[in-house]
Write a protein that binds this ligand. Structure first.
Ligand SMILES: [Zn+2]
Length: 53
């Protein structure tokens, strides 16, 4: 299960796939790149929110 992050600009929630794929929300303000070793969040901190499920 990947880390979920919600873009506060467009409201889309994206999720890391644990394979290092660069996944962007539809407005491209927020993106995530996640593997088993690291999580990289791209965007302004105030423009996204981490979702802990
Ligand atoms: Zn967005």
């Amino acid at each position: 299960m990947g880390q979920k992050v919600k873009c506060l600009k467009c409201g889309q929630t994206i999720e890391g796939d644990l394979k290092g794929t660069f996944i962007q929300c539809k407005c491209s303000k927020t993106a995530i790149d996640q593997t088993g070793q690291y999580i990289r969040l791209i965007g302004n901190k105030k423009d996204f929110k981490l979702i802990n499920s």
